[in-house]
Design a protein. Structure first.
Length: 453
């Protein structure tokens, strides 16, 4: 007998035992009576989470917490886990419980009120998410794992209250809050990232990330299981509302639906997102003396709103060329409010040197790979030059726009792009010191500040 089949049979036996233990009248459907009328909550989610002090612990407090189930494994997009929140509407917190139980929706369907006896459960935090369950050991470490099937009746109980209507919390991508992890949320005005249209929800048998985007270019990870029954369905092409359980992995938020009924993308997709602004400009250019692989170009958005970079380009004019030598297409990216956007021609080397990945990795010989005597333009979707470094047609060698073996850093007082190169707006370091620049070659990483304005 296959392990999965054996596991299912064992799980069903456990469920049956739970059901039968609650039967008061043999003529009554046992599933309807698989509930507990006597438990009363005596602790909150916050009290339980406060027990965690950075290390896995086994809870000794004889507490009972109550919540409302918001996840479902009916379609296969959730597996051996329950997500529940502290109220059917306007929740303040959510929780995640690992359980070794298949087809858990048969007992704990969305909207079910549940009670959890905490004593003996393990509490931990993984990638920013609080979890309850059993233990799992691997590679010399122990973490929260699935609560064994035979232990479930000791800790997890369904209330006899009717199934509640769970009202998802309406959010925008910019309002994401870690306190709402493991709760049911709803977003309006979202659509699948254009480059992913025509793809299936997931790769077969693989957990797959797709991308949700609003009309301002803000993005949210859309997570689905390769074992979901809708795995091979094509992603919807329209725009609209989507409901799901909010998840978190370190600093990233993710959304997982229960089934396809959680998606209502029947509206028109966002209009062309091409916009212009003079609040985006070059803030740092790098040609490190000790490592050409650590070159980069940094943009900065001084506005208080993010900017969609669809249609924006960076042009490079090599040496004294008056024709464009290479370009970078920024379509598909956005630059956050009062934030930087770092572009590297060698993403792996950049991450090794500076300790984090660039926002965009491009090829060598691109505008991000200048050796310091080239000229750059930042151009909006409508062909307008928003900002420049250098003078097109003039080789930078020995001029006030040479940063060979060095760095060009925009003065902190500058808040707008300038289509005319103005040396006074820059601090320029190189290996010659010509035309008022500073003869002081710069080494990576110590002499550069990518990602910091």
């Amino acid at each position: 007998m296959r392990f999965r089949e054996l596991h299912i049979r064992l799980s069903l036996l456990v469920l049956l035992a739970m059901f039968m233990s609650c039967i008061k009248n043999q003529d009554v459907d046992p599933i309807a009576n698989a509930c507990n009328e006597n438990l009363v909550a005596n602790a909150t989610f916050a009290q339980v989470k406060a027990l965690y002090q950075g290390e896995l612990l086994r809870i000794q407090e004889d507490w009972v917490i109550e919540g409302y189930v918001v996840s479902s494994d009916r379609s296969g997009n959730f597996f051996s886990v329950l997500h529940f929140q502290d109220s059917p509407n306007n929740p303040t917190e959510g929780f995640q419980m690992e359980i070794d139980l298949f087809e858990s929706h048969l007992l704990f369907e969305p909207g079910s009120k549940i009670f959890i006896k905490t004593k003996g459960l393990y509490l931990g935090q993984s990638r920013g998410v609080f979890k309850l369950g059993g233990t799992f050991a691997a590679f010399g470490t122990t973490s929260v794992g699935r609560l064994p099937a035979l232990k479930i009746p000791e800790h997890l109980f369904r209330s006899c209250d009717p199934i509640a209507e769970i009202v998802p919390t309406s959010l925008t991508i910019t309002e994401l809050d870690s306190t709402l992890v493991s709760t049911l949320v709803r977003f309006d005005g979202l659509e699948i990232f254009e480059e992913e249209l025509g793809l299936a929800f997931t790769e077969p048998r693989e957990e797959t990330e797709r991308t949700l985007r609003d009309c301002d270019g803000n993005e949210l990870i859309f997570l689905n299981s390769g074992f979901a029954d809708f795995q091979a369905e094509l992603l919807p092409e329209g725009n609209g509302a989507i409901t799901g359980v909010l998840l978190r992995e370190n600093d990233d938020f993710l959304l997982a639906i229960r089934d396809l009924e959680d998606i209502d993308f029947i509206g028109e997709r966002c209009a062309a997102s091409q916009v212009t602004s003079n609040r985006v400009f070059f803030s740092e250019l790098a040609d490190p003396n000790n490592n050409t692989g650590a070159r980069f170009v940094e943009l900065y958005n001084s506005a208080t709103e993010p900017l969609n970079l669809d249609g924006w380009t960076i042009r490079r004019y090599t040496n004294a060329n008056q024709e464009v030598s290479s370009t970078i297409d920024l379509t598909g990216f956005a630059i956050e409010a009062e934030n930087t956007f770092v572009i590297s021609p060698n993403a792996d080397e950049f991450e090794r040197v500076y300790g984090f990945a660039p926002d965009l990795g491009v090829s060598t010989n691109s505008p991000a790979d200048s050796n310091g005597d080239d000229n750059l333009e930042l151009v909006d979707p409508f062909g307008t030059v928003i900002d420049v470094f250098g003078i097109v047609g003039e080789d930078g060698s020995g001029t006030n726009h040479e940063f060979e073996d060095g760095r060009a850093l925009r003065n902190s007082a500058i808040s707008e792009g300038n289509p005319t190169y103005t040396f006074a707006e820059w601090m320029v370091f190189n290996d010659t010191g010509g035309a008022g620049t500073t003869n002081f070659p710069q080494n990576a990483p110590e002499d550069f500040s990518p990602g910091i304005r």
